[in-house]
Ligand binder design. Sequence first.
Ligand code: G3P
Length: 217
Amino acid sequence: MKIFLDSTNIEEIREINKLGIIDGITTNPSLIAKSGKGFNQILKSICKEVKGPVSAEVTAESFENMLSEAKILSKISKNIVIKLPLTFNGLKACKHLTKKNYKTNVTLCFTVPQAILAAKAGATYISPFIGRLDDIGQNGVNLIRDIKKVFSNYTNFKTKILAASVRSIEHVTEVAKAGADISTIPPKIFHQLYKHELTDKGLKIFLEDWEKSKQKI
Ligand code: G3P
């Protein structure tokens, strides 16, 4: 499974990217607004830091304006992926941009039929929002499982499943078990992934024992 960071915080992205295991970045209009910086500046610095795909979302609702915004966003860097909402116009724009060789990420997916339509429109990625389904009493991970099952029934569906709205360690575990191609993870959750109290406890014991042994490496 690939790991993307779901963030516009360049300092946090830079720090985690030092590990060399981050495959890409996702952003959305809310995260751009939260960064307090201009979208151009923030996306440019992210694309300079991370060589993998960086999703940048259109905010237009009409087909024509989505295409104009896609053109502007794609000029920021060659690793920009155009993020489009799962609407009638978003699907139409996805099909159009796919024909022109743009990479696309169809976002705000909450059902299997929505994912099928995005795949039919040639989306590079489909983003099911699992945490937001959990918020309304449904099971977000089940959606990933179902989309995976349906996509595997048809060899012509090449769209990658990008689990989004990931809120916990358990979400990361479960979407990996369900076969998500990518999980996009907020930095705060990422830093929880490598931690375990027994790791800390075990390390403390090892170091104390080593100290007692009076040896050196
Ligand atoms: O990847 C989508 C994400 O940014 C939305 O997450 O937690 O606002 O549902 P959340």
